[in-house]
Design a protein around this ligand. Structure first.
Ligand SMILES: Cc1cc2nc3c(=O)[nH]c(=O)nc-3n(C[C@H](O)[C@H](O)[C@H](O)COP(=O)(O)OP(=O)(O)OC[C@H]3O[C@@H](n4cnc5c(N)ncnc54)[C@H](O)[C@@H]3O)c2cc1C
Length: 414
């Protein structure tokens, strides 16, 4: 079997390799409240010479070269190229093997931009996409409420149309990166008399609007990764709505589909696997390198098999979506379920590899790789919950994907 990409792709691969050589040594710093906490939305990069490169500068370099936002039109700040899965694959593989930092992600770039491309007005696309892609406008997601998580459609934050403005009152919770964000995409109940799913609208709220109060919540990584957000008579223009009034559930689901994809980037998982192998070549058990130890090698090979299967399944799903136009909603849920649990397992294995050093956290002088393994292990436990818990993914996959009976509804106790 000939597995060569062919001349066009071999030339492209050389171009990416040369870019990676030019920028080799650029790394992400793991600052508190920084890059990792905000899903790479904020923070700085350091290169090997200790020079600082802003996250948004790196982002622009990647877009200019077509290594990010490749198929997004130039007029919206993208590279303006064709959709080409093989080129995307080459970029990801070269970046992973050169251990270069991935592009910025976060809820604006990964979730809001594709939603606006799909369902936004031309004015909204012009206004928001470029600044978001270029890392200049950070967004947060206002979905969950104290009494609406897995059962999201129970949300009660109220939006009333008064004199051409939406007036919003209520509370959101677990709002990641709200404290760094300029904008929120938010679900509010605008039709209180309609059925639960039909009464919701999808609004775009500037976070500096009077009446918004943000209270950070410390999560198990010891960072304030998410927040409570309170709204008291928050007033925004009527036009800050995506889709029609009362039809926000459809828009919300488009965003959720993109969220599931973004939480489990298989190329990022592969990069971490490569770093794990490096770590195993450094650490020792009884004077022997961990990579030489049969028990650890066995576990590594099993993990590597899972990561490769995950990566190849992701390509299969991507190609079904982009080349064949198939509906991949359920496949996306499987990716979210498997991808978050696999990443958590991988990060946990690295902690085992480090032995007693794996128990250190944050500023210890002996900590390895800036503490990123311990941090990401905790962080991914959160992502198994965020974007819909594993239990909820399993319910939906079994009911809608496998056609199993719907779960019984519990009786409300009055
Ligand atoms: C790190 C992190 C970041 C987050 N960021 C955001 C954000 O930016 N914006 C936002 O809006 N939200 C965010 N969330 C909230 C997240 O979407 C919710 O936590 C999630 O949807 C679960 O809702 P809940 O916390 O209310 O738990 P609940 O819905 O109360 O669930 C509690 C437990 O019961 C289980 N359960 C519930 N219903 C069922 C069922 N029918 N069958 C089987 N088991 C069930 C769940 O799986 C879970 O284990 C974030 C959460 C985390 C952990």
């Amino acid at each position: 079997m000939n597995l060569d990409y062919g001349k066009e792709y071999e030339d492209f691969k050389k171009e990416v390799e040369s870019f990676c050589r030019e920028y080799s040594g650029v790394i992400i710093t793991n600052k508190k409240g920084g890059a990792l906490t905000a899903l790479n939305a904020v923070g700085e990069l350091d290169n090997a010479d200790g020079q600082k490169l802003k996250r948004s500068e790196w982002q622009k370099i990647l877009i200019q070269n077509g290594y990010f936002a490749r198929s997004i039109p130039k007029e919206y700040g993208g590279f303006g190229g064709d959709i080409d899965i093989i080129k995307n694959r080459i970029i990801a593989a070269e970046f992973a093997s050169a251990k270069l930092p991935p592009p910025m992600g976060g809820q604006g770039i990964d979730m809001l931009v594709p939603t606006l491309l799909e369902l936004g007005t031309e004015e909204q696309k012009q206004k928001y996409i470029k600044s978001t892609l270029h890392g200049e406008m950070i967004w947060c997601q206002g979905y969950s409420e104290p009494n609406a998580g897995s059962d999201l459609a129970s949300l009660q934050t109220k939006g009333e149309l008064i004199d051409g403005n939406w007036v919003i009152n209520g509370q959101k919770i677990w709002t990641s990166t709200a404290q760094y964000s300029q904008m929120m995409f938010c679900l509010v109940r605008t039709e209180p008399d309609a059925s639960k799913h039909a009464g919701i609208s999808y609004l775009l709220i500037p976070m500096d609007t009077p009446g918004i109060e943000i209270r950070p919540l410390v999560d198990m990584t010891l960072n304030a990764g998410f927040n409570e957000v309170f709204f008291t008579d928050v007033t925004i223009p009527e036009g800050n709505i995506v889709g029609k009034r009362g039809e926000g559930w459809t828009v919300a689901n488009s965003t959720l589909g993109h969220e599931r994809g973004s939480l489990t980037n298989p190329n990022a998982t592969m990069s971490r696997l490569n770093l794990l192998i490096d770590r195993m070549k450094e650490e020792t058990i009884n004077g022997e390198k961990v990579i030489q130890n049969p028990a650890y090698r066995d576990k590594l090979i099993k993990l590597q098999g899972k990561v490769m299967a995950f990566q190849s399944n992701s390509l299969r799903v991507l190609s079904a979506k982009l080349n064949k136009g198939q509906d991949v909603k359920i496949a996306g849920m499987i990716q979210k379920l498997i991808g978050t649990e696999l990443r958590h397992e991988l990060e946990g294995f690295a902690i085992d590899v480090m032995g007693e050093l794996g128990t250190l956290y944050e500023n210890s002088p002996n900590i390895r790789d800036g503490g990123s393994w311990q941090f990401t292990y905790m962080y991914y436990l959160g992502l198994i919950i965020g974007g819909g818990t594993s239990q909820i993914q399993k319910n939906i996959i079994s009911e809608r994907g496998l056609g199993m009976p719907r779960e019984p509804k519990t009786q409300q106790v009055v």
